[in-house]
Design a protein around this ligand. Sequence first.
Ligand code: SF4
Ligand code: SF4
Length: 214
Amino acid sequence: MIVTHKKDPGIVKKYASDARRVIIVGCSECAAVCRTGGSEQVKEMAEIFSDREVLATISIESPCDKRVSARDFKRLEEELSRADALIALTCGSGAQAIAEVTGKRVVAALDTDFLGMVERLGRFFERCSHCGECLLNETAMLCPVTLCPKGVRNGPCEGIKGSRCEVYEDRDCVWYTIYRRLEERGELDLFTVYHEPVDWSVCHSPREAIWERS
Ligand code: SF4
Ligand code: SF4
């Protein structure tokens, strides 16, 4: 799930300062779970823009999916034609998809943080930095790229203090924990596997995944 947090409403209004007619767009998937772009937050944003004409509010199931956004905006053709700006309570991918689908000016109302593992509502944890060359099969399902503050792919680094991380002294070094888990599983041979540096010649933004139709 994509974790987001709200921008300061004053900043959002600043970027929409010359928009007299707006449409508020929420996301009923990730941003709703984060309570940043669900129906409640869409209502709140409509209140914040009560000094303008709010032409419509809409919650899109997956605004980052251009097919879904295009389908849902079909219901708002008339409002869209009159809107000066759309206020997007979505992740950055959703905001850009909305801009591409509608051709309208979009103001981002959220900041996008990370791909999160959900423990429960209000407790989200970064566990994958989508590096494109996954190590998990060799690291006992612990991602050093994300859990090590330096992203060390072959650890531990020289700074390790006993079992503790040199950066976060209240935490164990992830490579220490990987070692322990592999030991418990009888898979310590995996600890000596050398992980090549990420090949930045192929693993750089913007990435694309395009399937050939069969
Ligand atoms: S190694 Fe870590 S960052 Fe890379 S794909 Fe696997 S879980 Fe994600
Ligand atoms: S001590 Fe371990 S977790 Fe901390 S920076 Fe070094 S390798 Fe990374």
